[in-house]
Every structure is written in C-alpha cells, then in structure tokens.
Design a protein around this ligand. Structure first.
Ligand SMILES: Nc1ncnc2c1ncn2[C@@H]1O[C@H](COP(=O)(O)OP(=O)(O)O)[C@@H](O)[C@H]1O
Ligand SMILES: [Mg+2]
Length: 239
C-alpha cells in the first residue's frame, strides 16, 4: 500500500520535555486513519508536524515519498489541509471565509466554485451570504471543512472536529468526511476522542499514549487490544 505520509523514527521535544517518541509508520493513501488516546498523548502535535506547523527534532517524514522539508511551506499547506475543533472564522459572510485561503495567495474564488464547495458539505447555496456569526456549531464545522477543500488538498488532517457538536451534527460530519474521502480519494487523518466514531469511520487506527504509538492497525483493534494499557484505556472510554 502507498503511504501518503510516512514517519521514520520521529522525535519531538520542547526544551527538555519529550512530546513524541520514536514515531514510525504510515498513513496510507486514500484511507481514513483515526488517532485516539488520552489527552496530552501527542496527537495534535503529530498532526501539526504533518503540515509543517512544527518540525521534528529528529527522524524523517515523507509526504508522498518526498521529504517534508523539501516542500515549500505554502505548497505543503495547500497539499495538506487541516480543520480544527474551534473552526475559526473571520467576521463576515460564509463566502468571504471560503475565499480566504485563496485571497491569502492573491487569488479569487469564483462564486460558482464556492457554491460547489457548499454542496460538497451538504449546505445549500443560500448559506453563501450568511454571516459566519449566525451559523450553528454543525454548520460552522461544515463551512470550515469546505474551506479546507478550496485548495484541493490530497491529505486532510482533522483535530477533534465533532467534539463540541450534538449527536445529529456529529453523524452528519462523519458521513460528510467519508463522502469526501470516497469522492476525491483524499487521505484523512482524524483525531477523535470518540472510540465509536473511530470504529465507524476509519479503516486504520493509531492509539497514542505519552508520546508513543502503542498500538496501530485496523480500527477493530479497539475491540480487542493486545496492549494492556490500551485495554484499560478502551475500557475506560467505552465501558
Ligand atoms: N508548545 C508546547 N510547549 C510545551 N509543551 C507542549 C507544547 N505543545 C504541546 N505540549 C505538551 O505536549 C504534550 C502533547 O500535547 P498534544 O499534542 O496537544 O496532545 P493531545 O492532542 O494528544 O491531547 C502535552 O503534554 C502538552 O502539554
Ligand atoms: Mg489535541
């Protein structure tokens, strides 16, 4: 299987504090991989390394077989999109928010393309001229996802994007991400604290603890973990 992102003995630390320890493995091309584990395990740090927001202390990372440091930062950000739980928006219309990534590159977003993006995330084109302030949590997250698609990324990093949403919106976002994965073949790496979600949406799962990947494989590993710490973690989360 081809790797979209491959880690080879990656370490990360801030001053004396070790945050990621010896990360080795691949996020496979076109697949959905979920990252789970207790708070503080290093999941967000690992994602930030994947789009160049942070650089490892040692080890190699390859994005589509090319060392990550060989990508110009702007190209890397286009290639590897990221959506966050907070779905940050600027005050103004949804259209203005969708156009932002291109505007920063001195380009414009044609209105019909903006409408297509909304369609991709299940929002009607009427939303285009709504103010971002007036969106519900779920709608806001959908706009945030649409905005990451503007650059047609090949890899999408999602950090707890459904954590503050109600059940119905959570399900909608799950379906939407699976649809985007299938329609565009985008590789998805998805941090979630919801193990049911990890089982439902992903093919692969990495379990992280204290900076290490302690277990990784097909998501159903969560049903019968081999590692004792993972067993305890899953028991605590799923009862
Ligand atoms: N800039 C930073 N400076 C110091 N410590 C940090 C910094 N960023 C993250 N950490 C620490 O790194 C560890 C992993 O954090 P994080 O990647 O956010 O974990 P997770 O997303 O799994 O909750 C935590 O102990 C956190 O406090
Ligand atoms: Mg985090």
């Amino acid at each position: 299987m081809k790797s979209a992102i491959r880690f080879n003995h990656v370490h990360y630390a801030v001053d004396d504090q070790v945050i990621l320890i010896n990360i080795t493995g691949s996020f496979y091309e076109g697949e959905i991989t979920t990252l789970v584990g207790p708070s503080g395990a290093g999941k967000t740090t690992l994602l930030k390394i994947c789009n160049g927001l942070l650089s490892p202390k040692s080890g190699e990372i390859y994005v589509k077989d090319k060392p990550i440091r060989e990508y110009p930062p702007v190209e890397l950000r286009r290639f590897v999109g990221m959506a966050l739980q907070s779905a940050p928006m600027i005050d103004g219309s949804v259209y203005k928010n969708l156009a932002l990534p291109l505007e920063l590159q001195g380009k414009q977003l044609p209105e019909n393309q903006a409408k297509d993006l909304l369609k991709d995330v299940g929002l009607s084109e009427q939303f285009l001229h709504r103010n971002s302030r007036d969106l519900s949590g779920g709608q806001r997250q959908k706009v945030s996802i649409a905005r990451t698609l503007v650059n047609r990324p090949q890899i999408l990093l999602l950090d707890e994007i459904t954590s503050s949403l109600d059940q119905v919106s959570q399900k909608e976002i799950e379906e939407l991400i699976v649809k985007i994965n299938q329609k565009y073949g985008v590789t998805i790496v998805w941090i979630t604290h919801n193990l049911q979600q990890a089982l439902a949406v992903g093919t692969y799962t990495w379990v992280m603890m204290e900076g290490e990947v302690v277990e990784a494989g097909k998501s159903h590993l969560l049903n019968s973990p081999a590692n004792e710490r993972v067993k305890q973690f899953v028991k605590g989360e799923m009862g």
